[in-house]
Each structure stands twice: as C-alpha cells, then as structure tokens.
Design a protein around this ligand. Structure first.
Ligand SMILES: [Zn+2]
Length: 315
C-alpha cells in the first residue's frame, strides 16, 4: 500500500500510529454489550498488512496465547507495514470456553456472512467487509477440536505456490496440504485474493508451551521474510511436507492408549496403540498400516469403533 489512507473500522490510522479498536459483537439480553478488541500497529514505513487471528473457535486457547505473546514481546510493532492483531476472534465462545458462537453455530462456517443473518452471520459479515479486505497476509491460529491434539503444522493448498513458500518460511514441523472448507475464513480470504496460512497446534482448552513458541517463532519468521521485522528467518529443520493425509480409526470400542508420541515417524506394522476393556479380558493392538508420520492424536481415554485416533501422512 502506498500513500493511500489506512482506515479500519471507520478510524484512520496514520503512519507510526497505533490503536486499540472495539468491534461491537452483540448487545446481550442482560443489557451488557460485547465487543472484540482489534489492535493495530502501523509503522512509519510502507509495507504489507499482516492480520494475526486467534480464538476463531472459542476453546482453542493456544491460538489466543500465541497472539498474546506476539503482542507481549512487541513483535506486532512492525518496522514497515501494518500489523492487525485479533487475539480473541470469537469472544462469545471464549467466554463460554466453547468452540461455537452462543447461537450454536460454528463461526468458521459462516463466511462471508450476512448483514441480516444470524448473530454469527452478522459478525462474519462485519469482518468480511471491514477488516479482511485490508490485509495482504493472514495467519489464523487454531488447535485440534475436542480431544484431538495436533502436532504444530501449517495448512495450505500446496498448488498455491505463494502459500507453500510462506508455509516453509513459517517453519512449523509439518506442512499439510488441506483444501479450502466452504464458508470458512480461509475460504473467504482466498476468494478475495489474500495469502493465508492456517496454523494448527495442540488441543482445545489447553496451553502448550512448544506449540505457542512454534506459533510465535513462525510469525516472526513470516514478518522477517516480508521485511516487517529485521533479522534472518530461522527455521529449525526442514518441515515435513504432507501432501495426503488420513485418519487411522479405532478398530474396536474401549479404553485407548497410544504407545507413540505425536509428531513421530512410524514404520508399517509397528504397534502404535492399544484398546482394552475395563475388565482385563479384552486387549487389542493397533498397528501402523503403512510407514507414516503422526501429526494428530486423539487423547480421549475412551473411544468408539470408527473414531479418529491418529492423523497420519499417506502417500
Ligand atoms: Zn479451530
């Protein structure tokens, strides 16, 4: 963006300025109103606009903590360009410590929204109209749903080279090919020509230091790559690229114990878990059906037959 005015939510932010804005989410039936804070930092020098979002699903606390740490460390103050931080996107869900909006809807299936639609639809519409068009790059931080624990990974459509390049720069241990889900934020942002990375790490209602650090370091890498922060991009190891993935499902119902760590590589026929009954009579092994990396793990103690246990690479 050159000398164009930068106006967000009706407020102009000049070069070198910062602001904390509030988006009204809803007037509650208790007469309280609920708003979503948006933190904007604009450098004196022109550059890209980066949007960082956590808590699209209200129970995905790692994402909230990643954006918080980026702010706490001052990484969100760019050397050039603009950073927009939304640490808690779904304020409603976050208050309730639930994935959904209070009307029961998954906010991440509501885009581009509708000004006259449901509560979640109206909120999605406001975002789609007033915030999304301003961003060039978006990092959207998620965790596994329910009891599913994700080893830190970045999801992109690999045929989109710009996205894949940025995912490599981010430097999470895994890059997972993942198509756009209709009406998700990622789908909306892609349709309006934005470059978006979806980060997945850890599980809901948990804080994982390794996941949070991976998210913060990855963001700093992206900002360095875009010349929004000084310094060199630092990635630990080459990320493992997963073009196709699959779930290994429970062959029986019962108590589930994993015998392998999330993030590990296993060879075909390795015993990776056990399912047993509570009486010490029934016990079955789960073996890896092929050589694979495990990047998602169900941490539920009790599983049903057919339930997703391990998210793995598949060729
Ligand atoms: Zn999520």
């Amino acid at each position: 963006m050159s000398d164009k005015k930068f106006v967000i939510l009706g407020q102009e932010i000049k070069k070198g300025e910062s602001a904390i804005l509030e988006v009204e989410v809803a007037k509650l039936h208790t007469r309280n109103s609920l708003s979503m804070p948006v933190i904007v930092e604009r450098a004196k020098l022109d550059g890209p606009v980066l949007l960082l979002m956590g808590g699209v699903h209200g129970d995905e606390t790692n994402g909230v903590a990643i954006v918080r740490d980026i702010i706490r460390k001052g990484i969100h103050k760019p050397k050039r360009g603009t950073v927009i931080c939304i640490p808690v996107f779904n304020v409603f869900g976050y208050l309730n410590q639930r994935r959904e909006f209070p009307d029961g809807r998954d906010l991440n299936r509501m885009f581009p929204g509708d000004a006259k639609g449901s509560l979640a639809g109206q909120f999605a519409h406001k975002f789609a109209k007033e915030i999304a068009p301003l961003a060039d790059y978006i990092l959207d931080f998620h965790t596994g749903g329910a009891s599913r624990d994700n080893y830190p990974n970045v999801r992109v459509v690999m045929s989109q080279e710009k996205n894949l390049e940025l995912a490599k720069v981010f430097g999470a241990p895994f890059i997972v090919n993942s198509k756009y889900i209709a009406k998700s934020i990622r789908d909306l942002l892609n349709k309006i020509g934005k470059t978006v990375l979806l980060f997945e790490g850890g599980k809901s209602l948990a804080l994982d230091d390794f996941v949070i650090k991976t998210g913060v370091d990855g963001t700093l890498n992206v900002m360095r790559h875009l010349k929004m922060q000084s310094g060199k991009v630092k990635t630990r190891n080459k990320p493992v690229i997963i073009k196709k993935s699959k779930w290994i499902r429970a062959p029986y119902s019962g108590l589930f114990q994993s015998l392998v760590k999330n993030g590990s590589k296993v060879t075909k026929k390795t015993v990776i878990g056990r399912i047993s009954d509570p009486y010490g009579e029934f016990e079955k092994e789960i073996r890896a059906p092929f050589d694979c990396y495990i990047f998602g793990l169900n941490t539920a103690p009790i599983v049903y037959k057919g339930g997703a246990l391990y998210h793995v690479s598949a060729e």
